[in-house]
Design a protein around this ligand. Structure first.
Ligand code: XUL
Ligand code: CO
Length: 440
């Protein structure tokens, strides 16, 4: 039985199309900077928002109409949901998907039962992957919903919560390997604190690092060669999460000797909750050699929480793609839509509208970014802005030849620093808009 009987495969119809269920920019075979759009973007659909979100909010109950889902926790329902999900992803034309263990399969009454239920659903995931060619971008374990994780998982004060979480990650790594997943994500949903008065922060951070080392060691043991990723987020559900932003994550990875095993999975709404733009987070991870993958979404800047909306703003997607291209692209990561339709957009067709809009916005961002790069429109300006570092005293400082005394002799002789030149911010913002206008 079809879950989306009224929807045909979404096609590319070009910029002039007025069909809301067609791509105007995402033409998967179009080549940009030597790679197809499909290869650049590696679009991915998330299982949790797209197939498990019910539309509840703190003030109201379910709104989503999902005719293929009987609302029960049965294994059969979970398996049918997989078939509906793959029909959706196939019609959309996204090559990847991502899941948490507990989104795809319900939790049983013991670890053994949960593992066996997961296996029964993974069997259908494998069948559907084989049937459609859709691949797993990443797997992850949900270490935040069950009450046993109220104090955290790897950072819990309760050692048994750590032990249970380790078993979940062990199983999820095995399943991710079995399904050919290309990455494995850690999002520390409750790895942080609500109050420092009851928290041993040093001990919690040591435990979180131990947990990640255990995962890395186990991956080696079973032959999982996918990329490990940490997803930064500063708050929600906790007041302070240890993986608060790219810089904090990278410091943690270095301090605990994990830098070789991990990269980052950056999410736009998490960046803005941390008081950064997504471009900032991408650049920070990029220049540290840790840009892995992105959770594409957007927040509502009028609201202080993680609204996880679909990205539609060309300015944002252009900034993202400009930075991603600068650091050589997302591989083996992808553009993963960690985004959900609004509670009021409750019909199945809204899932298509949301993803088509998001994919198009990113494709257009890619084209705009490539046009800016083709003209070196920003790079030339930036290179000139820093040219005092290319020769003379700048080159001596960069190469380590200068010391405090040589800098003093230099300046005593020169008397005053050379004059500054304008940063031309407004000119560059105007130039950015010109590229946004001109792309076809
Ligand atoms: C939560 C979030 C997660 C992670 C995976 O804000 O982004 O869904 O992406 O656990
Ligand atoms: Co996310």
């Amino acid at each position: 039985m079809s879950a989306f009987p009224d929807v045909e495969k979404i096609r590319y119809e070009g910029p002039d199309s007025t069909n809301p269920l067609a791509f105007r920019w995402y033409n998967e075979d179009e080549v940009v900077e030597g790679k197809t759009m499909k290869e650049h973007m590696r679009f991915s659909v998330v299982y949790w928002h797209t197939f498990r979100a019910t539309g509840t909010d703190p003030f109201g109950s379910e709104t989503m109409v999902r005719p293929w889902d009987d609302g029960s926790n049965s294994v059969e329902n979970a398996q049918n949901r997989v078939r509906a999900a793959f029909e959706f992803i196939e019609k959309l034309g996204a090559p990847y998907y991502a899941f948490h263990d507990r989104d795809v399969a319900p939790e049983g009454s013991s670890l053994a039962e949960s593992n066996s239920i997961l296996d029964q659903v993974v069997k259908v995931l494998q069948e559907e992957q084989d049937r459609t060619g859709i691949k797993l971008l990443w797997g992850t374990a949900n270490l935040f919903s069950n009450p046993r994780y109220m104090h955290g998982a790897s950072t819990s004060c309760n050692a048994d919560a750590f032990a249970f979480a380790a078993c979940q990650v062990k199983k999820c790594l095995e399943v991710t390997l079995e399904l050919g997943g290309v990455n494995y994500v850690f999002w520390g949903g409750r790895e942080g604190y609500q109050n420092l008065l009851n928290t041993d922060m040093k001990r919690e951070l040591d435990h979180m690092a131990r947990f990640m080392h255990l995962a890395v060691d186990y991956a080696k043991e079973i032959g999982f060669t996918g990329q490990f990723l940490i997803e930064p987020k500063p708050k929600e559900p906790t007041k302070h999460q240890y993986d608060s932003d790219a810089a904090a994550c990278i410091n943690f990875l270095r301090a605990y000797d994990l830098m070789d095993s991990f990269k980052l999975n950056l999410e736009t709404n998490h960046a803005t909750l941390a008081g950064h733009t997504m471009m900032h987070e991408l650049d920070y991870a990029g220049h540290q050699g840790a840009l892995g993958s992105i959770d594409a979404n957007t927040g509502d800047l009028m609201l202080g929480w993680d609204t996880d909306q679909f990205p539609t703003n060309y300015y944002l997607t252009t900034e993202c793609m400009l930075t991603i291209l600068k650091y050589g692209g997302l591989m083996p990561g992808g553009v993963n839509f960690d985004a959900k339709v609004r509670r009021e957009s409750f019909e199945p067709i809204d899932l298509f509208h949301a993803h088509v809009g998001g994919m198009d916005a990113f494709a257009r961002g890619l084209k705009t970014a490539a046009a800016i790069r083709a003209d070196n429109a920003l790079d030339d300006f930036v290179a000139t802005r820093y040219e005092s570092w290319d020769t003379g005293i700048g080159a001596e400082i960069e190469s380590g030849q200068a010391d405090m005394k040589s800098l003093e002799s230099y300046m005593l002789e020169k008397k005053e620093a050379s004059s500054n030149s304008s940063g031309r911010q407004e000119m560059l913002e105007h130039l950015f808009n010109r590229y946004l206008d001109s792309v076809r």
